[in-house]
Design a protein around this ligand. Structure first.
Ligand code: ATP
Ligand code: MG
Length: 354
């Protein structure tokens, strides 16, 4: 019997609601399959920040480091600046544990309406591999001058080692899929960092002769994603470009409420973290409207990562089943079900496997 230790961080707003769904599903998994989860629930949130002045305790990273995986709802709330939840929680976790891959799978599901014409979006199934450790998101920079002469400078960092490992991850991922990588860049305008990115990605592609790699400017790629989303297999992009492209992809696939993500630490030293792409959604929090599928698909990614293939596959087919019918999906997808009703439906399908 496998015993797996999980750190759960519900966070804020609908993060708390979708974490309740995840716990119910993890209970159904351990009732059905040969695995036991030990779960440590952590109240790290904007509410905690208001109470104590910090998103997480001083030994927070040590606590997380003792677990096999981390599951996160969403952090952020009006009144707390975004950089507090980002730099006070998410970025320290990603960087300390070596989570240099941000993996975001996208699919158009049978029955789910999408804003793109059905004949163009049918069969859409791709992953965005986003560089998660450096790039445009940096603390280096500052503001100089005052008033109308004020200038802000922000330094981005692209290191050969970081570009190489993310490109390598993307190519390897493509080898287990349909063998096509599109690399997003803007090296005509951003002439130092992005040209290094292009060179390194080209070098890595040479080591993967079975993968077709194309480099594309991010503006053209964004247009292609809307016009022809089924052209994509694996997208690899820098921290900022990957962030934008994966939110766009989530919208093309129907709703940000179904999009999952994994922050993977392929070489350690710490655990990987799994979280839905969406935020805390204050506008719908506390109303039972939150779509739990982004979270539950993130649980699928976590189970796959923990090599629990059988429950991962069963949960994924239960998700597909729930999305097929408006009565078992939430309002953001034109359905009528509440968060709890979708969860009940998915949990019942898992328990039926027993
Ligand atoms: P953050 O800054 O944390 O990303 P945000 O407010 O910018 O937060 P989201 O919280 O992702 O972004 O919400 C964006 C929009 O998508 C909101 O209108 C929200 O209601 C909707 N939304 C987000 N997640 C879900 C979900 N799981 N189910 C239904 N609607 C959602
Ligand atoms: Mg947002």
């Amino acid at each position: 019997m496998a015993v797996v230790s999980l750190a759960l961080i519900p966070g804020d707003g609908i993060g708390v609601e979708v974490m309740e769904s995840a716990k119910q599903i993890l209970d159904a998994v351990q009732a059905t399959y040969d695995v036991t989860f030990t779960m440590t629930e952590l109240d790290w949130s904007c509410e905690r920040y208001h109470r104590t002045g910090a998103m997480m305790p001083a030994d927070g990273l040590d606590v997380l480091g003792r677990h096999d995986a981390i599951l996160l709802g969403a952090v952020g709330w009006p009144g707390v600046p975004d950089h507090v939840s980002l730099w006070g929680l998410l970025i320290p976790i990603r960087r300390t544990f070596g989570q240099y891959v941000n993996l975001r799978p996208m699919r158009v599901f049978e029955g789910v309406p999408t804003p793109v014409r059905p004949e163009l979006s049918a069969g859409t199934d791709f992953v965005v591999v986003r560089e998660n450790s450096e790039g445009e998101y940096s603390e280096v920079g500052g503001r100089i001058g005052r008033g109308s002469s004020e200038v802000a400078l922000q330094q981005s960092t692209f290191s050969r080692v970081a570009v190489e490992r993310i490109a390598e991850y993307a190519m390897t991922t493509a080898e287990s899929r349909r063998g096509h990588v599109r690399s997003a860049t803007k090296s005509n305008g951003i002439i130092h960092t992005m040209t290094l990115w292009d060179e390194v990605v080209d070098d890595v592609a040479v080591r993967h002769p079975d993968v077709t790699m194309s480099r594309e400017h991010v503006d053209a790629m964004a247009a292609r994603m809307v016009m022809h989303p089924s052209d994509f297999d694996v997208v690899v992009a820098s921290n900022l470009l990957g962030d934008i492209l994966s939110d766009l992809a989530a919208a093309v696939c129907g709703s940000i409420g179904i999009a999952p993500s994994a922050n993977l630490a392929p070489d350690g030293p710490g655990p990987s973290m799994f979280e839905p792409v969406h935020g805390s959604a204050p506008d719908i929090a506390g109303k039972g409207l939150a779509n739990p599928i982004g979270m539950l698909w993130s649980v699928v990614l976590m189970l796959e990562h923990l090599r629990l293939q059988e429950p991962a596959a069963a949960l994924m087919s239960a998700i597909e089943e729930s999305l097929r019918d408006p009565r078992t999906r939430t309002a953001d997808l034109g359905g009528t079900a509440s968060t709890g009703e979708v969860t009940e439906f998915v949990a019942a399908l898992l328990l039926k496997e027993r």
